[in-house]
Write a protein that binds this ligand. Structure first.
Ligand SMILES: [Zn+2]
Length: 158
């Protein structure tokens, strides 16, 4: 018998995803980002499936290693396997309402439907324009708000 029941361990692992973050977006947990596809625990062996957010995002390997190192520390864990799966594509619709709020508080405009204006995370104005095609990370773009005259970042919609 494992030291910690599999169901309890699964719960503990799942709860970690409300704390663990993407290093590119420390304001939002991986759970709120909607990237946790599956968690399975069998006799203390943890298998985690993540959806890759943005193909080629340099943080992907970092996130996988960070998750593995973190989960390994949970009591009762016998082993951790973290992998990206491509069963279905991650889309920005997977970001939770709380995740969108967290992004705005952090000054990042949450993703919008294609063609819709991107509201400024500071003043909510839609008088915004994209000022650069490339943001600081492949998943983000830089916008400029004509209302409060501040640049801000927006998450690329997928
Ligand atoms: Zn503004």
């Amino acid at each position: 018998m494992p030291v910690v029941a599999d169901a309890d361990l699964k719960k503990a692992v799942t709860e970690r995803f409300w704390v663990l973050t993407d290093p590119e977006m420390p304001a939002i947990s991986l759970a709120d980002l909607g990237v946790v596809h599956a968690v399975d625990v069998t006799d203390g062996a943890v298998r985690i499936e993540l959806l890759p957010t943005f193909l080629g995002c340099p943080a992907l390997d970092f996130i996988r290693d960070k998750v593995r190192r973190d989960i390994e520390l949970l009591p009762g864990v016998e082993g951790v396997d973290v992998r990206y799966v491509y069963d279905r594509p991650w889309t920005t619709d997977d970001v939770t309402a709380e995740g969108r709020r967290a992004l705005r508080n952090y000054g990042i405009a949450p993703p919008v439907a294609p063609g819709e204006p991107v509201p400024c995370p500071y003043c909510a104005s839609t008088e915004t324009e994209r000022s650069s095609r490339f943001g600081p990370a492949p998943c983000r773009m830089v916008y400029y708000c004509n209302s409060c005259r501040q640049p801000f970042e927006a998450m690329k919609t997928l």
